[in-house]
Design a protein around this ligand. Structure first.
Ligand code: UFG
Length: 325
């Protein structure tokens, strides 16, 4: 039987996709350096330790099983860090992906599902962003995602490599079974940080900017449950059989402000969460909300964990367990 190779399968989103595919009988091979991934998220399929910048290690991954398709999650994700250390992002997110694509061509692998990001759009021109919105990346991180998207279009033209470029909005929440969840070191994302404040692991949560032109002055984001993202990847694997390359936005289409997220977290946790109002964080767009009509129409995707309370509740259940262990 053919297997699916999952780069970054020990990370937040990759591990949720690995779990879902394994539950459906798909054979998976996880390839991860464990630099930011977690050994305790490696609960399904086969594991090959290695870095995409190390071609012999990559060859070992392709030798582990006949590989039918690749899901490519491995990348660095901190926007601020990418501004300070662009080399790290262009090397690990772009150059490393070239190694992967060349290995795929050599091994005759039919296609790839890529973890792209809403950050490729930059400052939005309209309230709901569709895939035709101009791409104006604001950071080396966002540029690295846009560059890989371009490479995928070029490899499709040159080598017939199919690709599905999934532009996530704000991934959030955790496995409803509580087996895996969101754990970044250091943590920079809003929902985990708010929950750390609820747990007493930090004194408070800083709101980055209260003077945006939004209803309550704080930034608005489209939070999408990680299990809904996982489902989109399963559908994308089928879609790849059509041999095309295309980008799809993945979001709920509803925006929540930073203050609203904190309010929902107070209600879900029943705990006090102290807030400090700070200045704006560089590079933040005031509003990022998806129009995901294309993913619904062409992939048949329908998010199931749409409301923010469910998203925060699954994240809270995971944090309670993870921070106790
Ligand atoms: N925020 C705070 N306080 C914090 C942390 C975040 O107010 O302590 C605010 C941010 O300013 C932003 C919102 O909460 O307005 C969400 O911030 P996150 O860091 O959780 O997420 P981002 O929207 O910055 O970025 C996320 C991913 C990126 C991805 C981007 C695409 O982290 O990898 O979504 O939309 F590129």
């Amino acid at each position: 039987m053919c297997a699916v190779l999952i780069t970054g399968g020990a990370g937040y989103i990759g591990s949720h996709v690995n779990k879902l595919l394994a539950s459906r009988g798909v054979e998976t091979v996880v390839f991860d350096s464990l630099v930011t991934g977690h050994a305790d998220f490696l609960q399904w399929g086969e594991f090959i330790a290695g870095d995409l910048l190390d071609p012999p290690a990559l060859e070992r991954a392709f030798a582990a099983a006949p590989i039918d398709a690749v899901l490519h999650f491995a990348s660095y994700i901190a926007v601020g860090e990418s501004v300070e250390d662009p080399n790290k992002y262009y090397l690990n997110n772009v150059a490393a992906t070239l190694n992967l694509l060349d290995a795929m061509v050599r091994h005759g692998v039919r296609g790839l599902v890529f973890s792209s990001s809403a950050s490729v759009y930059g400052e939005p021109e309209q309230e709901r962003i569709d895939e035709n919105h101009p791409k104006r990346p604001l950071s080396p991180y966002a540029h690295s995602k846009a560059m890989v998207e371009q490479m995928l279009e070029d490899y499709h033209r040159a080598h017939g490599l199919a690709s599905c470029r999934l532009r996530y909005f704000n991934a959030a929440g955790a496995d409803p079974d509580g087996e895996i969840g969101e754990r970044h070191v250091p943590e920079t994302h809003l929902i985990p940080l708010v929950l750390h404040a609820a747990l007493g692991l930090r004194k408070n949560i800083s709101i980055f900017g209260t003077d945006y032109a939004t209803p309550d002055g704080t930034c608005v984001r489209d939070y999408i449950h990680v299990s809904d993202l996982a489902e989109a990847h399963a559908l994308a694997l089928d879609w790849l059989k059509g041999g095309e390359t295309r980008a799809f936005n993945l979001g709920n289409g509803s925006g929540y402000s930073v203050r609203e997220v904190i309010e929902v977290a107070r209600a879900v946790t029943g705990r006090d969460i102290a807030v400090v109002e700070s200045g704006r964080r560089a590079g933040d767009s005031p509003v990022l909300v998806a129009s995901s009509g294309r993913a619904k129409a062409e992939l048949g995707w329908e998010p199931r964990f749409g409301d923010l309370e469910t998203i925060v509740r699954t994240a809270w259940d995971w944090h309670l367990k993870d921070c106790r262990d």
